[in-house]
Write a protein that binds this ligand. Structure first.
Ligand code: NAD
Ligand code: WQD
Length: 355
C-alpha cells in the first residue's frame, strides 16, 4: 500500500514511518518542520534501509497539496500534521484553529477532487472531556474540552465524519451528486499518552524548549539538562495521590497505525478506535520506572496541581483488539528503557550536540 504521512517528520509520524516501511508499505512524508527536523526522516531511512519520498510543504496550502497528492496518489493518507501544545493553544488559539482545521479541510478538498478515499486521523483522548469515569470506551459521548487544542481535535473528528457521510450514497457507492468520486473511509484514532522511542535510539521525541509533557521532562532531568521534575499535585484521590494515565509505547502506537491504514483500505464509513494499553500508571510510578531504566533516581519536588489536569485517564482498548487485531505489547520498563536510550544518545535531540 502507498501511504502519505502529513507531519511524518514529527514524533509519532517518524515512528509510524518505520512501522509502515517494515510492514512492506511505501511511505511519502509532507512536513513544514514547524516542530520537527528532516533529520528524523534520514534516520527512519537508516533504521529501515528503505527510501521515503519527502516533501517540504504546508499541508494547509492547497496548491502544494494538489501537486504532491496528484504525484503520489496514495492509497491512504495518515494525517498527523498539527500543532499540539495544550498551554500554547490557550495563548494562541487563532494559530491553532487556523493550522489544525485548515490542514484537514485542505486534505478533504484534495481528496474529493482527486478521488482519494482513505484517511486515518490523529485524534486524542482529550475529546472525552471530563464527563466520564475511565476506562473510556469509544462510544462515550465526546465531552467539553478544556483548551483550544482539544477543540481542534473534536472539530476535526466532526469534519471528517460529516465529509464521510456526504461522500457515500445510500447504496454504498460514491455520492457524485455531492461531488465525490469515491466514498471515503475515515479512521479516527484516539491516542492516550504516547511515550518512549524506537529501540534503536535513533529517533525519539524532540520537544522544542521546556517540555510540557511528563516523559520528556523526566528524560531531560535524568540526562542532566534540567535540575528536577515538579510533580503537579499529590493530593488526588489515587493510591499515591498523583494523577494516573495510560502511557503507550510509541512503537505500539505506530503499529496501530499500520493496522488502521490496512483496515481503512478494506472498509468504508467512519470508525473510531482508542489506542491505549488499558493500564494506568501514576506520575510517581513513572518516575520510579525511569530511575530503574537510567540507573539513578530522578530528582523531583511536589508542586501545585496543574490547571486543566484530569485525575484519571485510561483506555478501554478492547475495540482495537477485536476489530483491528492490535494491542499494545510493550510495558513501562520498555518505555523507559527506550526513552532513556534515545535521550542519552541524543541529549539535545536532532541536529544538536552536547548537553
Ligand atoms: P509533532 O509536533 O512531533 O508532529 C507534528 C508534525 O506536524 C511536526 O513534524 C510538524 O512540523 C508538522 N506540522 C504541523 N503543522 C503543519 C503544517 N501545517 N504543514 C505541514 N506540517 C505540519 O507531534 P506528535 O506528537 O508527533 O503528534 C502527531 C499528531 O498526533 C498531532 O496531530 C497531535 O495533535 C496528535 N496527538 C499527539 C499526542 C501526543 O501526546 N504526542 C496525543 C494525542 C494526539
Ligand atoms: C501526564 C501527567 C501531569 C509534566 C497531554 C495532553 C493530551 C495529549 C497527551 C495530545 C499529568 C503530570 C506532567 C510535569 C507532572 N496530547 N506532569 N509534571 O496532560 O495527560 O496529556 O498529552 O493530544 O491532550 O493534554 O500528559 O505528559 O502533560 O502529563 O507532574 O512536568 O504528568 O500533571 O498528571 P497529559 P502530560
Amino acid at each position: 500500500m502507498k501511504t502519505l504521512l502529513t507531519g511524518g517528520a514529527g514524533y509519532i509520524g517518524s515512528h509510524t514511518a518505520v512501522a509502515m516501511l517494515e510492514a512492506g508499505h511505501e511511505v511519502a512524508v509532507v512536513d513544514n518542520y514547524v516542530n520537527s527536523s528532516a533529520e528524523a526522516i534520514s534516520r527512519v531511512e537508516k533504521i529501515t534501509g528503505k527510501k521515503v519520498s519527502l516533501y517540504d510543504a504546508d499541508v494547509a496550502d492547497k496548491e502544494s497539496m494538489m501537486e504532491i497528492l496528484s504525484a503520489e496518489m496514495p492509497d491512504c493518507i495518515i494525517h498527523f500534521a498539527g500543532l499540539k501544545a495544550v498551554g500554547e493553544s490557550v495563548a494562541m488559539p487563532v494559530e491553532y484553529y487556523r493550522n489544525n482545521i485548515d490542514t484537514t479541510l485542505t486534505l478533504l478538498e484534495c481528496m474529493r477532487e482527486l478521488g482519494l478515499s482513505n484517511i486515518v486521523f490523529s485524534s486524542s483522548a482529550t475529546v472525552y472531556g471530563e464527563d466520564h469515569i475511565p476506562p473510556f470506551t469509544e462510544d462515550a459521548t465526546k465531552g467539553m474540552c478544556t483548551n483550544p487544542y482539544g477543540w481542534t481535535k473534536w472539530m476535526q473528528e466532526q469534519m471528517l465524519t460529516d465529509a464521510q457521510f456526504s461522500s457515500e450514497a445510500s447504496d454504498g457507492s460514491a455520492n457524485t451528486a455531492n461531488g465525490w468520486k469515491t466514498p471515503l473511509s475515515v479512521v479516527l484514532l484516539r491516542y492516550f499518552n504516547p511515550v518512549g522511542a524506537h529501540e534503536s535510539g535513533l529517533i525519539g521525541e524532540d520537544p522544542q524548549g521546556i517540555p510540557n509533557n511528563l516523559m520528556p521532562y523526566i528524560s531531560q532531568v535524568a540526562v542532566g539538562r534540567r535540575d528536577h521534575l515538579t510533580v503537579f499535585g499529590n493530593d488526588y484521590d489515587t493510591p499515591d495521590g498523583t494523577c494516573r494515565r495510560d502511557y503507550i509505547h510509541v512503537m505500539d502506537l505506530a503499529e496501530g497505525h499500520v493496522k488502521a491504514a490496512e483496515y481503512a483500505d478494506t472498509h468504508k464509513g467512519t470508525e473510531v478506535f482508542n489506542l491505549g494499553t488499558g493500564s494506568p500508571y501514576s506520575v510517581l510510578e513513572m518516575v520510579d520506572a525511569f530511575g530503574r531504566a537510567c540507573g539513578h533516581a530522578v530528582a523531583y519536588e511536589i508542586g501545585a496541581r496543574r490547571a486543566g489536569d484530569v485525575q484519571d485517564s485510561w483506555a478501554d482498548a478492547s475495540k482495537a483488539k477485536a476489530v483491528l487485531g492490535w494491542e499494545a505489547s510493550r510495558g513501562i520498563d520498555e518505555i523507559c528503557r527506550d526513552a532513556w536510550n534515545w535521550q542519552s544518545h541524543n541529549p539535545q535531540g536532532y541536529n544538536k550536540t552536547g548537553l
